[in-house]
Design a protein around this ligand. Structure first.
Ligand SMILES: Cc1cc2nc3c(=O)[nH]c(=O)nc-3n(C[C@H](O)[C@H](O)[C@H](O)COP(=O)(O)O)c2cc1C
Length: 186
């Protein structure tokens, strides 16, 4: 008996259902990934993790259909802006595609221009880094980009990171320990 494409997708989703729910239990920082090439600028809501301390390196996973992915592949660079909890509306906006060559302008996302870098970032963020792609590989339905952090700015006055957990935006809570003196940056 043949199975329709729709039913085949449903079967596939059922198979991965429990594992997909687990992914929503990983609390993530909310980031906006910025990219540019030629006259085009884009950005996408996403997340980031670090994968090396020395040299500092991070990883992002971008889906193949997005404009941001295409621009990263063309320029081999990206920015990551870690959002403050007052920037939730920007996360919602950047999570959709937009018309026009410059998504920052189309959606009125405030731009932080860093001297020496062509890639736009989001002004008012907790921290922003500019990365050079050192590795790219397909991972399931996304493309993993590993980037070396080549420049960074932080605003130490802003401590309330915007998080994503259980498919919701979330504010960070309160410190429950002293700052660790050394070791991992987290
Ligand atoms: C909370 C949240 C997290 C997201 N995380 C990712 C992600 O990790 N990777 C990704 O490719 N898209 C992610 N998206 C979806 C992109 O932001 C979305 O596809 C965006 O419209 C891409 O824009 P572009 O096509 O202009 O590049 C996320 C969206 C939201 C709202």
């Amino acid at each position: 008996m043949s199975v329709s494409p729709r039913r085949s997708r449903e079967i596939e989703q059922d198979r991965y259902g429990p594992a997909k729910r687990i992914l929503s239990r990983i609390a993530h920082p909310v980031a906006i990934v910025g990219a540019a090439h030629g006259a085009e600028r884009s950005c996408a809501t996403g997340t980031v993790m670090y994968v090396s301390h020395v040299p500092p390196m991070v990883a992002i996973a971008e889906h193949p259909g997005s404009r941001t992915t295409r621009l990263i592949q063309a320029s081999r660079e990206f920015s990551v802006s870690l959002l403050h909890d007052a920037q939730q509306e920007l996360a919602v906006a950047a999570g959709r595609s937009a018309e026009g060559p410059d998504k920052f302008a189309s959606l009125r996302i405030p731009v932080h221009e860093q001297p020496g870098h062509a890639i736009p970032a989001v002004a008012g963020s907790l921290a922003t880094m500019w990365c050079r792609v050192t590795d790219e590989r397909p991972t399931g339905d996304h493309i993993l980009f590993v980037g070396e952090v080549v420049d960074a700015v932080t605003d130490d006055q802003k401590i309330d990171a915007l998080l994503r957990y259980r498919r919701r935006y979330l504010r960070i809570g309160h410190w429950t320990s002293e700052e660790a003196p050394e070791g991992y940056p987290t």
